[in-house]
Each structure stands twice: as C-alpha cells, then as structure tokens.
Write a new protein. Structure first.
Length: 340
C-alpha cells in the first residue's frame, strides 16, 4: 500500500513541468485505524520527500502505540502487566507520562487504563450485547491510572496489576497530529493540514490566503454530512462523539466512549464535543473528558486550561464558547445556537 502511494507521488512529480512554484498536494491513506489525509503547499519536487517523511512518521508511531498490533510496544506493555518493567521508546514514555498527568488534571475522567473495559465492550458489542454486570465490575478493578508506574530515570513503564491494559486511542492521534505539524515546519512548509479522522491540525492558513474550513459532523446524519464549518488557522480541531461506533439494545443506545467511574457508555447528555486548541494532544484529551462529564461539569473543567475553545452538540442544539463563535458558520438550520 505504501509503495502505491509513493508511486502516485512520483507520477505526479514526473508529469509536472514546473517544479519551482508552490502547489497544493493532497494524499489519503489508511493508518491508526482511520483514513488519514495529508495536505500541504510546496514545490512539486518536494512532494515525494515530504509525503514519505510524513507517512513514515505516522507508521512508526502506530507501530509503537497501536492497541491492536500484537508486536507493538503497547501490546508488549499490556502483556507484561503486573509482572515486569518494559524499556520503552521516548515517544511512548512521553505520551504515557502525559496521559497520567492529564488523568490527574481531569480527576480520572480521562483514563487510558479504561482499556480493560473497552476490550470487553468491544467483544460483546460485536453481537450487540451488553457485557454482564459481574464482568464490568471485575474490569473496573483494573481501571486506575495510578497503576501506570513510571521509572523516570531508566525510562521504563510497568502496569501495576496483572490484566491491566492501556489504550492510547484518546490521545495518540492528537500526539501524531502535533508531530506531523512539527515535521511540516521543519521541512519549511507554511501551509498544511493533517486529518486523522476526527483530529484535524492546521498549519498557517490555506495556500490561497484564506482560513481553512473544517466541517463539523452532524451527529444525527450520515458520516460526512456537516452541521457547520469552522474557519480557522494555526490550530487543531478534535471531535469526540457517540456516532462512530454504537449499538442499541432494548431501545437503549450504547456508544464507545466509556465512563471510567461507571464502566458503561458515558451519559453526559451530549452527542459530540469539539475542542479547538493549538495542542492537538490536549484537545484530544479534553474532547473525551468533556464528553463524559457533560455540559456543566465540562465547562468547569475547560476553565482550568488556557486558550481552549469548546463546542458542545446535542440532538438539536449547539453551545459555543465565546471566542469561537465568530469562526463558526451554521449550515444546518435544524439546530439552535447558544453561547456558553
């Protein structure tokens, strides 16, 4: 797959007669369990180098952080839970350290050790069934971010209890987006975008000098149908919503974002939460935590962080923090808009 991507880039470059002017390049590929879009403005002779470096960066991060790859460092760490320490890469050490810090800052509503619960919900969810209460209670005993033991001096990590697991799904894409934007800067790009399926990071403004337009998914409609657009530059937009993976049983709706304190899908009353902030990793964390907390408690959490803007969406209402209102353009008239 990666060879085909690079071949396409080579073809585009070879067919071009003008390699000095900047042109917009776009490429989609599959990684980290989603479709990733690269977009940047650069001379055509630079396309191959920039795309290769970006794709390789994401592939390497996935190999370290994937919960589903049996040979990833995360899988190695989970398999050694309660038994022994693991020397890990600088990337994994950093993200686990930050995840534990954010868990404390969100009072545990963001917790990567919820993975033991997520695993059982995914297993039963394949058959659209709710896990037995006894299994949920047992898995909740393994959900405790303080059980992530960190050896700062030797750069080692250990999970305290056997059976404990961590899943970086709520933070890894934000970290990867930050890294891609940093790479763009290192390569001299002034206008670029990376979209990791719900995590959009923007460098500069669009190549035509206008703001980037980031569509916001309508949680009531099919994937790709938007309720509005944010016009932004030099920031990140991260969304958490209940419409990605779900099932219903006995007329009750069950989605994939679990509340660490109940063991069940969060019931905060929101359909989706969008966080806007320059740090995509922080935005990733907060979108999950605020979704679980719900509107009032989520607003209180946001106040603890500087320059964070939030959009909260219910079935027919949109709530926006004051500074993001001027950037938002409603396109779906069945929603009523309010300022927080």
């Amino acid at each position: 797959m990666r060879k085909n991507i690079i071949d396409n880039i080579n073809s585009s470059v070879n067919n071009s007669t003008d390699h000095t002017e900047n042109y917009e390049y776009m490429q989609d590929f599959q990684a980290m369990g989603t479709t990733i879009q690269l977009q940047f403005n650069a001379p055509k002779q630079e396309w191959k180098r920039i795309a290769e470096k970006s794709i390789r960066l994401i592939d390497n991060l996935e190999q370290v952080m994937s919960f589903y790859k049996i040979d990833s460092q995360i899988s190695q760490l989970n398999n050694r839970a309660g038994k022994e320490w693991l020397s890990v890469s600088p990337e994994l050490f950093f993200i686990c350290t930050e995840a534990k810090r954010y868990a404390r800052l969100t009072e545990g509503f963001f917790d990567i050790t919820v993975a033991a619960l997520t695993e059982i919900w995914q297993l039963y969810g394949k058959n659209e069934k709710i896990p037995p209460q006894s299994i949920i209670e047992n898995r909740m005993k393994l959900t405790n971010y303080e059980g992530i033991l960190i050896d700062e001096e030797n750069k080692k990590i250990k999970l305290e209890k056997e059976g404990q697991k961590i899943d970086l799904g709520g933070i890894a894409k934000g970290y990867a987006a930050n890294r891609v934007i940093s790479l763009y800067r290192e390569l001299g790009i002034k206008s670029g975008l990376v979209n990791l399926g719900g995590n959009v990071s923007l460098l500069g403004c669009h190549y035509n000098g206008k703001f980037w337009g980031v569509g916001l998914q309508n949680p009531n409609n099919l994937r790709g149908e938007c309720l509005g657009v944010l016009l932004l530059e030099n920031t990140s937009v991260v969304t958490s919503g209940d419409y990605e993976r779900f099932f219903s049983e006995s007329n009750k709706y069950y989605h994939h974002i679990l509340d660490p304190f109940t063991g069940y899908p969060a019931r905060g009353g929101l359909r989706s939460v969008i966080i806007v902030h320059q740090d995509s990793m922080l935005a990733d964390v907060l979108s999950t935590a605020v979704f679980i907390l719900g509107m009032n408690r989520g607003i209180e959490l946001i106040k603890n962080f500087e320059d964070v803007e939030v959009i909260m969406i219910t079935d027919n209402e949109i709530y926006l923090s004051s500074k993001i209102i001027k950037s938002f353009h409603l396109t779906e008239n069945c929603f009523t808009v309010f300022q927080i």
